[in-house]
Design a protein around this ligand. Structure first.
Ligand code: ADP
Ligand code: MG
Length: 253
């Protein structure tokens, strides 16, 4: 998609869990080439919104469109095939596998087959091409020198980068990250921000769901703020930072 055209359109998205309204008629869009931050205090509904976008949860009502396609009812695998890749709030790597093979798994997943079935049916050519692709993604994120280490031996910041490399191996158009900076040290956060900037420069579109205000403020093009399930504000980082509704949500929360 050409830069600036709407890529993800969230229209009146609503998610109820029994009586609780976790996401309440939320509207926003992400344009191709942007990094958008989705922020808000704990319990605001960020992860639920994230799960609606990535197909892990179905909206109770409303619509989510991706590249003009209605993905409201899409499961995670269909969303992934459409070009939406995600990472997890808690690192979900295979700790005993090599860094390279963890990324190669992401490349298999693009085919839509589950890992087990692909592992069983994998022929050598497929395996070689998945590894080759994985290697390229490791170079892209600056982890190629760790390719043959066990994933579980990496520092947390590197594991997060590895997660991103794995998501990139599915060749996404939109990368959606849930709290990638959680638990990272300052230097690791700086490195992560640097990586996300470089991905944007390569025309990847990114939605960053994040509690860490500083990371978001210094990185994203636009911010959407949620509180108690609703969107309370949206705009440029500098404007959002000074918005009394946002300050109140964060102090009150
Ligand atoms: P955030 O990520 O902003 O901290 P969440 O989306 O995780 O917020 O949660 C929003 C609200 O929805 C919270 O009140 C939470 O307890 C509730 N919630 C989230 N997931 C579920 C679920 N699976 N079942 C019931 N309530 C849920
Ligand atoms: Mg969350």
């Amino acid at each position: 998609p050409a830069p600036g055209t709407p890529l993800l359109e969230v229209q009146d998205a609503e998610k109820r869990f029994q009586g609780l309204i976790a996401v309440n008629k939320v509207n926003f869009e992400i344009r191709a080439g942007e990094i958008v931050g989705l922020i808000g205090p704990n319990g605001a509904g960020k992860s639920t919104m994230f799960n609606l976008i990535t197909g892990a949860l179905r909206a109770t009502s409303g619509q989510i469109r991706f590249a003009g396609l209605d993905v409201t009812r899409s499961a995670q695998r269909e969303a992934s095939r459409a070009g939406i890749a995600r990472t997890f709030q808690h690192v979900k790597l295979r700790p005993r596998m090599s860094v390279l093979d963890n990324v190669a798994l992401g490349a298999y997943q693009r085919t839509g087959a589950s890992f087990l079935s692909s592992a069983l049916r994998l022929d050598r050519a497929e395996e070689a091409s998945a590894r080759y692709e994985a290697w390229q993604q490791l170079e892209r994120v600056g982890l190629a020198d760790k390719a043959f280490e066990q994933a579980g031996n990496l520092a947390l910041g590197q594991q997060r980068v590895l997660e991103i490399a794995r998501a990139l191996a599915s060749d996404p158009v939109l990368l959606v990250l849930d709290e990638p900076a959680a638990g990272l040290r300052r230097q690791e956060k700086i490195a992560l921000a640097e990586l996300l900037r470089s991905l944007r420069a390569q025309h990847l579109t990114i939605l960053l769901v994040e509690h860490d205000m500083e990371l978001v403020m210094n990185l994203v093009d636009r911010i959407v703020v949620m509180d108690f399930g609703t969107k309370i504000c949206e705009g440029l980082p500098a404007d959002v930072r000074n918005d009394p509704r946002v300050q109140e949500a964060y102090l009150g929360g």
